[in-house]
Design a binder for this molecule. Structure first.
Ligand code: MG
Length: 373
């Protein structure tokens, strides 16, 4: 096994767990974090949650589960090449979307609107809430009692107000310090994964076309390469070849640029990472190309009228559920009932955020459809 870089997170420089536990046998601390995440209920529910396409729209579209696995796979390759902690990068990646609401970003926006009077709703903070509090699997503690470094990586961004309430974990947002390189990797692996699979799913759904993508340099140059190498390839294979090459280009560029950034900082310890600027990064050229791609996806896919219809429906479902539960505590499952308004709002948000797409649709029907028993 390749030795970790001196500035990688390791068991010897880890801040450990909030509740001290015996050292794991036959696996490392960060592998234990990963295993706890995989065995959690919130992780299994990712299978039925989506970001762009609603789960029942097609069996071939990414769900948050397959998205998280793709992120983990990309993050591990990068971490290994940079001699960073692959197990930590994997654990963070697998957990990064645990707090997502049903119906992707439309769901998050709707719940955040509903929660305005009670501190808002942010999926990143919710992911942390899932692993620190909401998972009920252990006799001796709430949540999964993950290491500080995994939790630090899950909390990608945070407002100063919220950071002030989070103690050690929030401190870096107040003191202008960076998270570990492993957390920085998980963050950009997420970006590589969704940009590329949204192109793939967008094409498969027919909402965007290869012709439109000819104006997006990152796609166009790989597409041209594939077309000239294989003039008679069926379209689906052209798409796969193109997306595969795009991922490869982005990962290689990220490794190259990050290596340069790390070398320029002369990092010696993990503390140096916290004090340095963000070091895991794409080159300027690839950053610009990704920006163009994101803008394209935003205009042509995320704002496509068919996606907008689904988003509007999702917002209505979440708004309706929130309103009805806040109005009458007795309609909530007993575990989520809270008499006081503030606690009730957070509990209703926890209940709704934990729903899968189809559960939210069914729950809405159970409450609002007259014929439903
Ligand atoms: Mg993600």
């Amino acid at each position: 096994m390749v030795e970790l870089a001196p500035y990688a997170v390791s068991e010897s420089n880890s801040h450990g767990r909030n509740i001290v536990e015996p050292t794991p046998q036959g696996r490392g601390e960060f592998q234990r974090d990963r295993d706890r995440i995989i065995h959690s209920g919130a992780f299994r529910r990712l299978e039925y949650k989506t970001q762009v396409f609603v789960n029942h729209e097609g069996d071939l579209f990414r769900t948050r589960l397959t998205h998280s696995i793709e992120v983990a796979q990309i993050a591990r390759s990068i971490a290994r090449r940079l001699r960073l902690n692959e197990d930590l990068a994997e654990a963070i990646s697998l957990a990064h979307d645990l707090g997502h609401t049903p119906f992707g970003h439309a769901g998050q926006d709707a719940l955040n609107n509903c929660m305005q009077a009670w501190g808002g709703f942010e999926h990143n903070l919710q992911s942390l809430r899932v692993v620190e509090l909401l998972e009920e699997r252990y006799a001796e503690f709430d949540g999964l009692n993950l290491t500080f470094e995994t939790r630090e990586g899950i909390l990608k961004h945070c407002s100063r107000d919220n950071a002030a309430k989070l103690g050690d974990l929030g401190a870096r947002f107040l003191n202008d310090r960076r998270p570990s390189l492993e957390a920085q990797i998980a963050n950009l692996a997420d970006e590589i994964a969704y940009n590329n699979h949204d192109v793939d799913d967008g094409l498969r759904s027919g909402l965007i076309t290869l012709e439109q993508l000819a104006d997006v340099p990152l796609v166009a140059r790989h597409l041209d390469e594939v077309r000239s190498a294989y003039p008679v390839l069926p379209e689906r294979r052209i798409v796969h070849e193109t997306v595969r090459r795009m991922i490869n280009t982005l990962v290689s560029d990220l490794i190259r640029q990050s290596e340069q950034n790390i070398a320029a900082q002369k990092l010696a310890t993990l503390e140096d990472v916290h004090c340095a600027p963000v070091l895991i990064a794409f080159s300027d050229e690839l950053n610009e190309e990704q920006r163009v791609l994101k803008r394209f996806l935003h205009t042509n896919l995320y704002r496509h009228y068919r996606v907008m219809r689904m988003s509007a429906k999702a917002q209505r479902i979440i708004g309706d559920l929130f309103g009805v539960f806040m109005g009458d505590n007795r309609l909530l499952p007993p575990a989520f009932q809270r008499p006081a308004e503030v606690e009730r709002a957070r509990s209703v948000a926890d209940y709704i955020a934990g729903m899968t797409d189809r559960y939210a649709i069914r729950e809405h029907r159970r409450i609002f459809a007259v014929e439903e028993v």
